[in-house]
Design a binder for this molecule. Structure first.
Ligand code: NAD
Length: 477
């Protein structure tokens, strides 16, 4: 295996593919191109899908559950053995702080372990149908699944899709984002070394605009599992509708962080900056709209701004770094445009808004005040280190503003009043919520969005259901 995995991984082998041009990979911390990755063409998509179909029919779906589980446990083990190399690749490829990268590779291994264990605990029902006899359900694999993943959490999100799909007996064609293909390619190589049959996990880096349509319309693809922007998710759903492919979509977010006056203010305020600035704000769950009860607003802002100023923005290769660069110059430009727009509208920049270093796509964590609900920065996903904080007086009015969003992915509620926490959590329109915490992702629990934040769920046993067809069988007595 080369230092930088830069080829497609097809049918158990590396391949240079037939894409029009290799994709340069830029280290966001240095702005230097450090390798080029071969790109897949539409012809490669066909080869990948056909190979995956062969692997599905001949090698994977018929394997005994125990054998399938053994392979998945081996993949988890080999990921852990290669944890440091994978983390270094992620750090160099997208500027992810190395500590976070190590955690995320470990998370990927845990996902494989969870679904390896799930294989023997995933069963159907027996149903007492009216006419007597014996009625039962089977969960059966679908066939070939296309997994299309983004660049912000490349490795764990790939594992969220690949592991349950394989566990359920499907095979997978994985398309990483063109900005972050390295750990996905390495995952293909490692899974093969761990005993996964050739073709069961195909990895095809490439531009979404060049090969996305071919994947979303290929007649042998039975399900498209997509994580990315709402716009591309909607396009994929439209294409997949032509032959009624199954789709699951994990899309954008503009998540609320609601702080009531009776909360542990110190804890809420000092933990909240990382709920939006972690991963340099490039997080679909980022709590980018903060609602604070007016009585404690000034104190909250003071604590929040102070904690933000203490975040260590630095070279992602250093163990101590909390905030690295954004993934690209373009991504930083988008965030800066939001900040410029807010400044022009007379909004207050309480801290941040500047580039801290001459080199690298860095941007200081930025706190905006006096923002109006109609402002673009309040309504749209920035996908950069920008947060808006607004006061509220009335719970009902605050909830109307919380739900006045096309998104509904995640959110936090801070209060020590249990009844209020439960009342408010019922009313917030989002797929994931945390009370007195900012934790959104648990391997064992469903993750996904309401409204335009998505369709279907990743993680937990719910995701496993999403990679199967449900069959009912009746036996006459
Ligand atoms: P994106 O939609 O541009 O790209 C996502 C993936 O889709 C990439 O692999 C990309 O190459 C591919 N793609 C692009 N055009 C395509 C096309 N026409 N057909 C098929 N595939 C195509 O999104 P991004 O910039 O990589 O990621 C950022 C977005 O992802 C944000 O909106 C973020 O909120 C969202 N996201 C959501 C979750 C979640 O779980 N809800 C998690 C992470 C990121």
């Amino acid at each position: 295996m080369s230092d930088h995995p830069n080829k497609l991984f097809l049918n158990g082998n590396s391949s240079e593919g037939r894409g029009s041009a290799p994709i340069p990979q830029t280290n966001p911390a240095t702005e230097e191109i450090f390798c080029e990755v071969f790109a897949a063409s539409e012809a490669d998509v066909h080869e990948a899908v056909e190979g995956a179909q062969q692997a599905y029919l001949q090698a994977w779906r018929g394997l005994a559950p125990r054998q399938r589980a053994d392979v998945l446990f081996s993949i988890a083990r080999i990921i852990r053995e290669n944890l440091e190399t994978l983390a270094q690749l992620e750090c160099e490829n997208i500027g992810k702080p190395i500590g976070d990268a190590r955690d995320e590779i470990g998370l990927g291994a845990r996902v494989f372990e969870y679904y390896a264990g799930a294989i023997s605990k995933f069963f159907g029902q027996t149903i007492p149908v009216a006419r007597g006899g014996f009625d039962f359900t089977l969960r059966q694999p679908m066939g070939v699944v296309a997994a299309i993943v983004p660049w912000n959490f490349p490795f764990p999100i790939a594992c969220w899709k690949v592991a349950p799909a394989l566990a359920a007996g499907n095979t997978v064609v994985l398309k990483p984002a063109s900005q972050s293909p390295l750990t996905a390619i390495r995952l293909g190589e490692l899974a093969h070394r761990a005993g996964l049959p050739p073709g069961a996990l195909q990895v095809i880096p490439g531009q979404g605009s060049a090969i996305g349509d071919a994947l979303a319309t290929h007649p042998l693809i039975r399900k498209v599992s997509f994580t990315g922007s709402t716009e591309i998710g909607s396009r994929i759903m439209g294409l997949a509708a032509r032959d009624l492919k199954r789709v699951s979509l994990e899309l954008g977010g503009k998540s609320p962080n609601i702080v009531f006056a009776d909360a542990d203010l110190e804890q809420a305020a000092t933990s909240s900056p990382m709920s939006v600035f972690a991963n340099t704000g490039q997080d679909c769950c980022a709590r980018s709209r903060v609602f604070v009860e007016r009585k404690v607003f000034d104190r909250f802002v003071e604590l929040f701004v102070d904690a933000t100023g203490k975040l260590l923005v630095d070279d992602p290769a250093k163990d101590s770094t909390q905030i690295g660069p954004l993934v690209s110059a373009g991504q930083r430009r988008v965030a800066e445009e939001f900040i410029e727009g807010a400044r022009k509208a007379g909004r207050v920049v309480a801290t941040g808004g500047e580039r801290p270093f001459a080199k690298g796509f860095y941007l200081q964590p930025t706190v905006l005040l006096d923002v109006e609900p109609s402002d673009r920065v309040w309504q749209e996903e920035v996908f950069g280190p920008v947060v808006c904080i607004r006061p509220f007086d009335d719970e009902a009015q605050m909830l109307r503003e919380v739900n006045d969003s096309r998104y509904g992915l995640s959110g936090s509620i801070w209060t020590n009043d249990l009844k209020r926490a439960l009342r408010v959590s019922r009313q917030v329109e989002s797929g994931v919520l945390s009370i007195n915490s900012h934790s959104s992702v648990h391997v064992e629990a469903p993750f996904g969005g309401f409204k335009q934040s998505g369709l279907g769920r990743d993680l937990g046993m719910t995701a496993m259901e999403g990679y199967t067809e449900l069959k009912n069988i009746y036996v006459a007595e």
